[in-house]
Write a new protein. Structure first.
Ligand SMILES: NC(=O)c1ccc[n+]([C@@H]2O[C@H](COP(=O)([O-])OP(=O)(O)OC[C@H]3O[C@@H](n4cnc5c(N)ncnc54)[C@H](O)[C@@H]3O)[C@@H](O)[C@H]2O)c1
Length: 276
């Protein structure tokens, strides 16, 4: 059911690779809620994924950009403003990648070139987008910028590796830039800390199936899906959340406030008995 929450709004969505992507689901919802969109991803991701299909569904132009390149970002912002005939109302940063995770290098044997890449792609790219947007004055007053984070920014999770550091930096950038952009332009900047979700990036985390099972048992409301996340993101792009900024907002069915649940305890007891 649509509520016209984004009627007349224009937005840029980074990170739709395929149907599983959180960004893909967000584009569908934002389109359904009346927004006009520009979609973007790296040229490689555009070839490997199915973003062209999404562009057709949402009637959106697709502009390639590597989010680690300020030049690409500026080009994207300029072209988007041409397409929209003016400034942008919202931006979604839905980008993450760790070469260390991909190559299976553990945290105590990280490759530092890869570590830099992880931080550049997964966190500094957010700063670059905000900085370029500010430089070009590309976002309207009371606009909204959202990036996707994970609870590994606050808690240590086995195998999440240097992505935990990247997410901590990402959340800090939202606060630091949220202050500057808020006082100057009334633009809000937030991160959403999403449940583990079976996407291409999610599948890259070793043991994701067990993690999803664990958080499902621990969360009183169960895990949030990519579609649930898209619904939440749309509210943050809407005018109903104008005074929410510099926040890391948990969207995880309650997981982040839990210590132990009955469902998880039962599982633990069962495996304990199985071992007997
Ligand atoms: N899936 C999960 O369990 C989960 C949980 C919490 C947060 N997140 C976060 O959600 C966001 C979206 O991930 P997803 O789960 O939808 O997976 P996904 O694989 O569908 O999306 C990741 C996207 O990042 C893009 N990307 C990688 N390098 C890039 C670059 N240099 N420039 C531009 N784009 C680049 C990829 O092309 C891809 O589209 C990420 O920030 C991820 O860390 C995911």
């Amino acid at each position: 059911m649509a509520y016209n929450l984004l009627k007349g709004k224009k937005g840029i969505i980074f990170g739709a690779l395929n149907e599983q992507s959180i960004a893909w689901q967000t584009a569908l919802k934002a389109h359904e809620e009346g927004a006009q969109l520009v979609l973007t991803n790296t040229a490689v991701a555009m070839r490997l994924g199915t973003i062209a299909e999404l562009g057709k569904i949402c009637n959106a132009e697709i502009i390639p950009a590597d989010a680690t390149s300020s030049e690409d970002i500026e080009n994207l912002l300029k072209k988007s403003m041409e397409i929209f005939g003016g400034k942008v109302d919202f931006v979604l940063h839905s980008i993450g990648m760790s070469p260390n995770v991909r190559k299976g290098l553990p945290y105590d044997a990280l490759n530092y070139d890869y570590f830099h890449k992880t931080l550049d792609i997964s966190a500094l790219s957010f700063h670059k987008i905000l900085l370029s947007a500010r430089k070009l004055d590309a976002i309207k007053e009371w606009g909204s910028v959202v990036a996707l984070s994970y609870v590994a920014a606050q808690r240590t999770l086995d195998k999440y590796n240097d992505m935990g550091d990247a997410k901590a930096l990402l959340e800090s950038i939202a606060r630091s830039f949220g202050y500057i952009y808020g006082k100057d332009k009334k633009i809000r900047v937030n991160t959403i800390s999403q449940s583990p979700t079976m996407t291409t990036a999610g599948a890259g985390v070793k043991g994701i199936d067990s993690l999803i099972d664990f958080t499902e048992r621990m969360s009183p409301l169960g895990n949030a899906s990519a579609e649930d996340c898209a619904n939440y993101i749309v509210t943050l792009f809407s005018d109903l959340t104008k005074k929410v900024t510099m926040q890391n907002l948990y969207h995880d069915g309650g997981f982040s406030s839990m210590g132990m649940s009955e469902r998880a305890m039962r599982q633990y007891d069962k495996s304990f008995n199985d071992c007997d």
